[in-house]
Design a protein around this ligand. Structure first.
Ligand code: GLU
Length: 400
């Protein structure tokens, strides 16, 4: 049932409603950060993973499906490289991940073997979610593993990544996985108590926000940069993950994995920070465009076209002012309003060089200009996702 982010549901406050949804979740993605697994980079902590496996088994007994997204490959593998410092270059990190990933899996494998349950390793690259067919394949594998009773354990395939095409952090990866499997709850287990109203490293009065109804630019600004030496995520990536999950109708809870029973605890009482799911989630297709696809270029549109897009219309060539970047038909591009603000993202029907020729024109002129009659729309509304518009008022509300 839909809930307006600022409204209430059946008389419940957004906070009560959100936690009800959390407790009712059927498909849960749990993201485990490197610091939890390795206690700051000093070897994998089997006992901690065993305890999490116990918790996962309890959720499964309660009829929930659980998918784990784990970090820790680089952290676990780094000591094996014989370097006197953390791996620095991409190649060193890949080598560390190659050495560490089997150790991470062995840890989970042992933890679940105690319950007679097998784990299945799924290593995903950014390209696997960008490509629709591979995206569906990855989804099917995760579903199949789960339905056969195994626990899927996902990580980024760090060994083959290159910088331009990496998720880069497992917070983003976990949101993509939540999106893939249509999870209704994403749990981010981290070494912090939640999302703070100020940077706790600089402000001793900073306290965790119990509820974030909507991820706003002000919160994104607050989130700042990256976290620890062994993990790549930070508050910014956690916020990004929560925003991606919210679009898809998935609640996110950020909680401290060093607490006793941090997973089962959140099914019994509010803890950490709850990021509410959007009241009007995107369809799987639109969420894929919004969350998984790279933007290959930008289309600057005029004020009229910007208004039409905001009202749910398609993008027509008439309203295209400028074309930036090199993209092919079918690629994802961003639409910018006359102020340069990205307002929408969609799969484009024309390659950049063709769009360059037809911009500002009516579709009746396309054939004489291009030599073929293409689609009437540059981006059809079914393939277009609006990026949230934000106002100063909403931003302040979210912070108060
Ligand atoms: N995939 C990386 C690893 O397993 C972790 C990325 C992250 O820390 O978010 O080491």
């Amino acid at each position: 049932m839909a809930l307006s982010a600022s409204g209430s549901n059946n008389g419940n406050s957004p906070m009560e409603y959100g936690w009800q949804q959390v407790r009712a979740a059927k498909r849960v993605v749990i993201k485990i950060g490197s610091n939890l697994l390795t206690a700051g980079g000093e070897g994998l902590r089997q006992s901690w993973v065993n305890a999490r496996a116990n918790e996962v088994m309890r959720l499964r007994q309660a009829g929930k499906q659980v998918i784990i997204v784990t970090s820790g490959a680089v952290a676990a593998g780094a000591p094996l490289l014989g370097l006197q410092r953390p791996p620095a270059s991409l190649r060193e990190k890949q080598a560390a991940a190659a050495a560490g990933q089997p150790l991470v899996m062995r840890c989970y494998e042992q933890a679940f073997a105690a319950h007679g349950v097998a784990v299945g390793q799924v290593l995903i690259t950014r390209a696997d979610v960008e490509n629709r067919r591979r995206y569906l394949n990855a989804r099917d594998t995760l579903w199949t593993l789960s339905s056969l009773g195994l626990v899927p354990v996902v990580n980024e395939n760090d060994t083959v990544m290159v910088e331009e095409i990496q998720f880069g952090d497992n917070d983003t990866l976990s949101a993509n996985v939540a999106d893939l499997v249509a999870a209704d709850l994403l749990i981010l287990l981290s070494d912090v108590d939640g999302f703070f109203d100020a940077d706790p490293r600089h402000n001793p009065l900073a306290k965790p926000l119990p509820l974030v109804e909507r991820v706003t630019p002000a919160l994104e600004k607050l989130a700042g940069g990256v976290g620890s030496a062994v993990g790549r995520g930070g508050m910014a990536t956690k916020l990004k993950a929560a925003k991606m999950a919210a679009r898809r109708g998935c609640q996110t809870v950020l909680t401290n994995g060093f607490r006793p029973d941090p997973v089962t605890e959140l099914f019994s009482r509010p803890v950490g920070t709850l990021f509410l799911a959007d009241g009007n989630p995107l369809s799987a297709h639109k969420a894929w465009i919004a969350n998984a696809r790279w933007s290959k270029g930008e289309i600057l549109v005029d004020a009229g076209a910007a208004r039409a897009l905001q009202k749910g219309g398609s993008l027509l060539a008439k309203g295209v002012v400028e074309v930036r970047g090199r993209f092919a038909r079918g690629d994802a591009v961003l639409c910018l309003d006359p102020h340069g603000q990205a307002i929408a993202k969609g799969s484009v029907n024309y390659q950049a060089s063709d769009l360059q020729l037809i911009r500002g024109q009516h579709s009746s002129a396309f054939e004489s200009i291009l030599g073929f009659a293409g689609d009437a729309e540059v981006i059809h509304r079914d393939n277009l996702v609006l990026l949230e518009e934000t106002s100063a008022a909403e931003t302040t509300a979210a912070l108060s």
